[in-house]
Design a protein. Sequence first.
Lengths: 241, 222
Amino acid sequence: MRGAGFFDIPSDLQTSYLGLIGLHVEEALIPVAIGLAIALPLGQLCVRFSWLYAPVLWVTTVLYAIPSLAFFIFLIDYTGATRTTVMIPLTVYSLVLLVPSIVDGVRSVPQETMSAATAMGFGPVQRYLKVQLPIAVPAIVAGLRVAVASSISLVSIGALIGNQGALGNLLQDAILYHRSNLAMNSVVTTAVLAVLMDIALVLLRMALTPWMPRGGRAARRAARTAAVEPTARPALEDTTV
Amino acid sequence: MSIFQFISDFFRDSAHWHGQSGIPHRTLEHLQYSFMALGIAAGIALPVGLVTGHTGRGGNALALIATAARALPSYGLLVLMFFWLGIGLTPVMIPLVALAVPPILVNSYEAMRTVEPSPVDAARGMGMGPVAVLFQVELPVALPLILSGLRSAAIQVVSTTAIAATVSLGGLGRFVIDGLYQRNYEIVVGGATLIAGLALAMIALFWLVERLTVSPGVRGGR
């Protein structure tokens, strides 16, 4: 049968297998990058003005609860059935996941370290860039790992609002043409993408924190911290500083 | 026509309030699927998480499972299970349970593991046995984090149950999926509003449960 192999992409998707992968990575990672760009200053504000953190957590917890499908549909009215409509909610979810990670990470910097930096003549900006941010890297990367994994998984749901789901579009075609190998392809490729991105982030953390001991207990502890979802913390009660 | 006009039209139409495909019946279906998946997931994940957290062992394996499970795309799994198992409840329950297990598992593990040793020692010093320590000290202290894991799982399950309508299941996703096919935007937006409302109701529900079950001493923060 022509065009029924594992990697034979139906022509209605108007792109190749690699094209779908590229599209998927783009739709998943751009929102995380934008989310990070917003979360860094927002997190810093929450550290500076600690009264701000509780209301920010409330708002983000509520936003995170809005199901992606519903979020997409509300946005169609404003941005149409486009990739932007898929990427806006993913940006919001990334933001929600990253703010607590950044706040926890920056807060974990010991007071002595901050005092030492001040004594060395660091101003607030330098202190943030050279001391707080590097020490917060493990916590931030832990948040990024969750954000990237959920983003990659959620892009597929964009298929439901009109072929905006990259690899998720394969799922729609799988049902349309009764080709289970397309569904298998979509699931396996998406999962492999997520795992590869996760490994890349772990390598990034190791490269950015050369002072941390490799392997052994430290790495395992980092893996455990990464496993707890930032939003699964008791956010609504975490108002004590 | 604005989105709010669509929403108010949807809820005003009395035809949407009756019968098999009415709002009350679909909401009930949605809750039924969601709580079933959540119940199964909690039945599996809570005991494992609590025991491993209590003994402090197996944390690395749990972290690995949670990270791996997160890589699985739930919509893809739904479609795949539909191909393998056909139409029915089981093919939908498998992805939903797979989605709900990791947050419950990891949170209950972390909750038990991070219980401060001093109150546990104090309880032992007061002559409490291991069972009393577990139920009267460790579990109450760990409860907030355990509940957050359940809340996170519940929210994800409610939103993913909506997607289950693509593989012919009932629930609130039906409005969205059927509306998209019929190009009836009023039904689509109405359904989306209901799904979002249900997810927000989950937050409220867990907030309430937390208020009622977590001891004021624990809730007050450290």
